[in-house]
Design a protein around this ligand. Structure first.
Ligand SMILES: *Cc1c(COP(=O)(O)O)cnc(C)c1O
Length: 423
């Protein structure tokens, strides 16, 4: 069962004063979850989570997470600038990019970010583009056929990311020869993974590699970064990841594979996005039209521009029908099966296909769950659709706008054409 943490009346009061659609993020719930993650890994003295900025690139959310001690995981220049703006600089930034342009390496160096290289040729590219190598460097490992991937990210050996095993040994030897003093090792092989064992196995793989590389190359590692990819229960029948079990499992592996081998203490880093904000963000929309043809359609005022995951991946997002003042959906006895759509001229623009819901009427409010990560962020302007506002629900119950909705002027901002007006 998936439920909303807000009363129907509360949501209806929001939509009275805030034009739909909009995203709302639950600050108190994000903070509780962030503390839970830290507690699960408190056994590791250097534990650090770098919030994957791409999941929700809003500085208000990043600043909230920074207060909880989280750094920023960035992969582009704008993401680096967002991190800088919230005061995440130096080793509070993990720069995990790929196919990286020179100016992004330059900005990452200027900020003192930890650079996580995606390819062996980037060692020379980084040195040439920035004039030197930093004292601390990390490499992204692609374990190849050693480890089965998962549905979203695919098989590691078919993924564009990271170094092969052989390349890692060569890279650390060259880094050592070039005077790099501190080392990290990273991998990210899964996306939206719900098995605790999978994440524990990822840490094990890195711990074994640390032992092997340390011995062969004669270096010691500062940290391993197990990447992001912890899933969330989008579907009502799914269970949330047991973070405590992941923490415990990795602690046991750490004792066995690092401490028992006499290797020095290693910091454990992570760069999760989805499990940090995903479940605590909601897309609030209204039903615009009900259409009855070969199927029954509920057309919303939101579309793929606001949440692309269902159209892009066929992803399930739970929908709660709220209804309207004096006629709440939960009090309606009839249930019907709908395709819940947006207004794009693109038949993929559906939030749900053949979903049973309480009978919907025009002007009903609906809430789409788990839109707090990879939601607003993925939005696009295809078909002239504009991205919506974002609000932060404060612990005192107030809604604070943290991003305004786009306007037609924003959409036309890159065009210069006589007679083109906003309305
Ligand atoms: C996308 C991404 C993340 C975050 O993934 P989540 O599934 O949101 O946890 C972390 N690191 C890298 C390199 C990524 O590409």
């Amino acid at each position: 069962m998936k439920t909303l943490p807000f009363a129907d009346e509360t949501i209806l009061s929001w939509v009275e004063t805030h034009p739909t659609p909009f995203h709302v993020y639950d600050e108190a719930a994000i903070v509780v979850n962030a503390r839970r993650l830290k507690a699960a890994f408190a056994w590791n003295k250097g534990f650090h989570e770098y919030f994957a900025v791409k999941a929700a690139p809003n500085p208000h959310l990043m600043a909230l997470l920074k207060k909880e001690g989280f750094g920023s995981d960035c992969s582009s220049l704008p993401e680096l600038l967002l991190a800088e703006a919230v005061g995440n600089t130096g080793e509070n930034i993990m720069f995990t990019s790929n196919d990286t342009p020179q100016e992004e390496f330059a900005k990452a160096r200027e900020l003192g970010a930890i650079i996580n290289l995606d390819d062996i040729t980037h060692l020379d590219f980084l040195e040439k583009s920035t004039g030197s190598l930093p004292e601390l460097l990390c490499c992204r490992c692609n374990p190849g056929p050693l480890k089965g991937g998962n549905a979203i990210i695919g098989k590691p050996e078919e993924a564009k990311y990271g170094f092969t095993r052989e390349q890692l040994f060569e890279a650390y030897a060259r880094m050592k020869a070039k005077g790099v003093k501190r080392f990290g090792l990273h991998t990210m092989e899964a996306s939206h993974e719900l098995s605790a064992q999978y994440i524990i196995d990822t840490a094990k793989l890195l711990f074994d590699l640390v032992a092997e590389i340390s011995e062969k190359i004669g270096i010691t590692f500062d940290f391993v970064n197990i990447g992001g990819g912890i899933g969330i229960p989008y579907r009502p029948e799914q269970d949330a990841m047991d973070l405590e079990a992941v923490g415990k499992g990795i602690e046991e592996a750490y004792k066995e594979k690092i401490l028992a081998r006499g290797l020095p203490e290693l910091k454990l880093y992570m760069e999760c996005g989805r499990c940090i904000t995903g479940p605590y963000g909601y897309l609030v929309a209204k039903v615009r039209h009900i259409k009855d043809t070969y199927r029954l359609y509920a057309g919303l005022d939101a579309c793929m521009a606001n949440l692309m995951r269902p159209a892009l991946y066929g992803a399930y997002h739970h929908i709660t029908a709220i209804g309207q003042k004096g006629d709440l959906a939960k009090d309606r006895t009839t249930r019907k099966v709908y395709d819940v759509t947006g207004s794009l001229c693109e038949n993929n623009d559906k939030f749900a296909i053949q979903r049973e819901l309480p009978e919907l009427k025009p002007a009903d409010t609906v809430v789409i769950h788990d839109a707090g990560a990879h939601g607003h962020a993925m939005g696009f302007n295809y078909n002239g659709k504009l991205r919506s506002a974002e609000y932060l629900l404060k612990p005192d119950g107030s809604l604070v706008q943290i991003r305004r909705a786009e306007t037609i002027a924003d959409y036309f901002a890159t065009l210069s054409y006589p007679g083109l007006k906003e309305g």
